[in-house]
Design a protein around this ligand. Structure first.
Ligand SMILES: *Cc1c(COP(=O)(O)O)cnc(C)c1O
Length: 427
């Protein structure tokens, strides 16, 4: 059953019931698990035996769904987290500590930017941001002796820049550190960053993976390809004894394929506790079962809307990586040959006022601080997420006051375009 297609993995991977067992993944709604002897429980705590003991560390429902996501990304191991924010924090903090440094693409989700630039800085972890289109010299100059990871997003939310994964992976590897890629927007249906050299992949499963606006969640997938022992001095957390775990050396005991996720589970999840509830993992799995059917529709709708907008004289610019003429069109052809996401951003002639009128006139598309839902949603950053900024500050931050982010759902594209048409007419 190796090498199944991505669609078959969406439906089947991660859980194979035996005779008489539930067909659907059971929701193991239990905080704890029972054992007959203290010796047995002791072996679990020592990581000498495998088994469940407390849901903050592991739960069978979550493990089945994580195994499906690992299979989709072509990874060696995976874990679920309570949110995408927790996934990115755990992925970085698993290999960074006070005194470390991170190189990150500047085209990333605002929440992740805040996490790296501000919150992790308070923990003593420094960072340098580089444009995804920086020159080779600029990328090289971003590294320091204490750099421990490189971070980027396959398709940036909301900038829609496409990361040159091979280029960032080879720069990371030349400096003996892994590349972490947030693959939330294209999902493994359209891009599997590990195939291009990424070492660790993260997700906000809240978005397309869930796909129905049901549950906030995250996931971390380890490729198992990064040789921690070859760079042992940089990653003491994986390559030297963990005194909080009876002196276990993760990279020795669990090998290259198991070390990263085992440490993140038994140390970070134990201490920081950002577990996904089994109920939410069950909902996430329902979303994953149709991910391969939904993603092409989101993308088709995105492309149809982008092409329509590009032909309107009330629209001054449209960003959609697969639109001819987009600055990232070439990278989209390379990394996302079958599609990207359903998110389009565009600017209206007439500035902030025109954008406000357009938003107010929409009937089908709902105003939400969300993307990647089955129902089309849109946001005017200047009056929502970035409303504390004036027009000059917005421009300095790379956000036009006239910009609208439009996340195409699964409706019929003709209806989405009709809604946009009447809203443009109302400006
Ligand atoms: C939404 C998002 C996040 C944060 O995820 P939450 O589940 O909201 O915590 C991280 N990265 C990207 C690309 C996102 O779109």
């Amino acid at each position: 059953m190796s090498e199944q297609s991505i669609g078959t993995r969406c439906v089947q991977a991660g859980y194979t019931p035996g005779d008489g067992e539930p067909r659907q993944i059971p929701i193991v709604q239990s905080t704890t698990f029972k054992y007959a002897t203290s010796e047995h429980m002791g072996q679990l705590f020592d990581l000498e035996a495998e088994g469940y003991f407390y849901t903050r560390l592991q739960n069978p429902t979550n493990d089945a769904v994580a195994a499906k996501i690992a299979a989709l990304e072509g990874g060696a191991a995976a874990m679920l987290t309570s949110s995408g924010q927790a996934a990115n924090f755990f992925a970085l903090f698993n290999i960074c500590e006070a005194g470390s440094h991170v190189v990150a693409s500047s085209a990333i989700y605002g929440g992740t930017y805040n996490l790296i630039a501000h919150t992790m800085a308070k923990m003593g972890i420094e960072s340098t941001f580089v444009s995804p289109t920086c020159t080779p010299e600029e990328l090289e100059a971003a590294f320091r002796p204490n750099t421990r990871a490189v971070f980027g997003e396959t398709i940036a939310n909301p900038a829609l820049d496409v990361l040159d994964i091979e280029r960032f992976a080879s720069a990371a590897h030349a400096h003996g550190v892994p590349l972490i890629v947030d693959n939330t927007f294209p999902t493994p249906v359209f891009c599997r960053p590990i195939e291009w050299g990424a070492d660790i992949v993260t997700h906000s499963t809240t978005k397309y993976m869930d796909g129905h606006g049901v549950g906030v969640g995250g996931a971390i997938v380890d490729s198992g390809n990064f040789d921690w022992m070859a760079h042992a001095d940089k990653f003491p957390g994986l390559t030297t004894p963990d005194e909080s775990y009876h002196g276990i050396v993760y990279a020795e005991k669990f090998g290259q394929a198991g070390a990263f996720i085992t440490k993140a589970t038994s140390q970070l999840m134990r201490d920081l506790g950002s577990i996904q509830s089994p109920q939410n993992a069950f909902y996430l799995n329902m979303g994953l079962e149709s991910l391969h059917v939904r993603m092409p529709r989101h993308f088709e709708n995105g492309l149809a809307v982008a092409e329509y907008l590009a032909g309107s004289d009330k629209v001054t610019s449209v960003r959609f990586p697969h639109l001819a003429g987009d600055p990232y069109h070439e990278l989209a052809q390379k990394y996302l040959p079958e599609g990207g996401s359903g998110v389009v951003s565009f600017e209206l002639a007439g500035g902030r006022a025109a954008a406000e009128k357009f938003m107010a006139a929409l009937r089908l598309a709902a105003i939400e601080t969300h993307v990647a839902d089955a129902r089309t949603c849109c946001l005017h950053p200047a009056s929502a997420t970035h409303r504390q900024m004036n027009d000059e500050e917005l421009v300095a931050a790379g956000i036009s006051p006239a910009m609208v982010r439009f996340s195409c759902g699964l409706e019929d594209s003709a209806d989405l375009i009709a809604d946009i048409e009447q809203a443009l007419a109302a400006i």
